[in-house]
Design a protein around this ligand. Structure first.
Ligand SMILES: Cc1ncc(COP(=O)(O)O)c(C=O)c1O
Length: 426
């Protein structure tokens, strides 16, 4: 018998930790794996100015160094809610700041939502593929992530409908507690759920929720600000006019600084108290000083200035990666990728190559000096069948030169792996 709790026994190291160790052990390795942000763009001066501004005033400074309320500082929550309502083209009265919660990064919020909503054996529907860190958290909680197929517009509504009908027919639909989706520039697929799909998904869940226990939609908007083309579209949560079952989660990690650890979310009213109780037990509230730094950079306009520069930086890097993909995979008909217009990732698909950590491509890529995230990590075990022929590439952390070189090395590794079975690739 173990001396650890069941939760601890189920909670294992995230696969990405192994990839990070590989990257650190070989400094020359070009890691296109980690979802790190661009180091050179981290807003040193803007953060310095914000901290100086805070600590330069005895009242503000001492207040920022004090505890705040468990849900987070009301002024910070007000600023964030106002921005969200503007972005979603919603009336100011649609949601109240009581529904807003601050957390130490949005990952903490996702985990806390798991604690609030799930018992062991409960099912969470998600895209297949999906954000693998959340998959790990769900497994730790004893929940069962179940995958739904996607296309270029997001989760397929007919599959969602079918999965729900089957669960109702089997009598276990009450085990389905939530649908998790990253609605903007998904990690790993880079797909943004289209406006039409948002409406379809909302309608299906809404219809199901009449007369059944509610299925919550957890809308993860971690990458919403990293848009390099086109206009922003309203969140899926904006459709939930009565604030009944859509949870919105967001973060300043990708848009400003992951080191500050500022995440936040907007909850349906009935989840506010349970989440606050967990948060109270956990840490009495997210770090207050970081929240004040974020509030200050927003109020001075520094955040928006930073974001517009950051978008240009990432746009260039993304274009470098996509151009390199076109150049180096031009004559490899077995490689394709999904369109990317924002976020940090490109999702490659290979025909007939096992991209997994024990497959031939992964070790060959490491020998060449390039690291990727094996796509198999991003698949839930249940539902839409997992695939082992995909790769998540990230263009966030590396310079454009290293992205280009990494893509070249990867194409060499792919060509050599394909040549093992087919001489035309030699
Ligand atoms: C889809 C998605 N959601 C949430 C997070 C959590 O980010 P953070 O906890 O830094 O806010 C990440 C981080 O990479 C992510 O990719």
């Amino acid at each position: 018998m173990s001396d650890l709790s069941l939760l601890s026994q189920r909670t294992v190291e995230a696969p990405i930790s192994f990839l990070m160790r590989e990257a650190l052990a070989q400094p020359d390795l070009i890691s296109l794996a980690a979802g790190f942000v661009d180091q050179a763009s981290l807003p040193l001066e803007k953060t310095f100015r914000a901290v100086e501004g805070l600590l330069g005033s005895v009242d503000y400074g001492r207040a920022a160094l004090q505890y705040s309320s468990t849900a987070g500082d009301p002024a910070v929550r007000d600023v964030l809610l106002t921005r969200l309502l503007q972005a979603d083209r919603l009336h100011v009265d649609c949601k109240s700041i009581d529904q807003v919660i601050m957390t130490a990064g949005s990952n903490e919020l996702l985990y806390q939502l798991g604690l609030v909503l799930l018992d062991a054996g409960d099912i969470v529907l998600c895209a297949s593929p999906t954000y693998f860190v959340f998959l790990g958290a769900l497994r730790g909680l004893g929940a069962r992530p179940r995958g739904l197929p996607i296309d270029e517009n997001g989760i397929l509504p007919e599959s969602l409908e079918e999965m729900l009908s089957k669960a109702i027919a089997r009598g276990d639909s009450q085990r389905i507690k939530a649908l998790y989706l990253t609605s903007y520039f998904d990690n790993p697929s880079s797909i943004t759920t289209s406006q039409k799909r948002r409406e379809e998904i909302f309608d299906i869940v809404s219809r199901h929720n009449h007369g059944h226990h509610p299925i919550y939609i957890i809308e993860d908007a971690a990458y919403r600000d990293l848009r390099y083309f086109d206009e922003d579209i309203p969140s899926l949560s904006s459709l939930d006019e009565e604030n009944k079952f859509v949870i919105y989660t967001s973060s300043f990690s990708k848009s400003f600084s992951p080191g500050l650890r500022v995440g936040w979310g907007v909850l349906p009213k009935n989840l506010v108290a349970p989440l606050n109780h967990h948060q109270g037990n956990m840490n009495f509230g997210a770090p207050h000083f970081s929240q004040q730094v974020i509030r200050r950079v927003i109020e001075t306009g520094d955040f928006d200035l930073h974001l517009s520069k950051l978008r240009l930086t990432y746009k260039e890097k993304m274009e470098t990666m996509l151009l390199a993909a076109k150049k180096y995979f031009r004559d490899i008909d077995k490689v394709s990728w999904l369109p990317a217009k924002g976020g940090l990732y490109v999702w490659l698909k290979l025909i007939g190559v096992d991209t997994g950590p024990d497959g031939p491509l992964f070790s060959r890529s490491l020998e060449k000096g390039v690291l990727y995230v094996p796509g198999c990590y991003c698949y839930p075990a249940e539902g839409h069948p997992p695939a082992n022929n995909q790769i998540r590439l990230s263009f966030g952390a590396q310079s454009s030169e290293r992205i280009e070189r990494g893509m070249q090395l990867l194409s060499d590794a792919i060509r050599e792996t394909l040549a093992l079975n087919d001489p035309q690739y030699q």
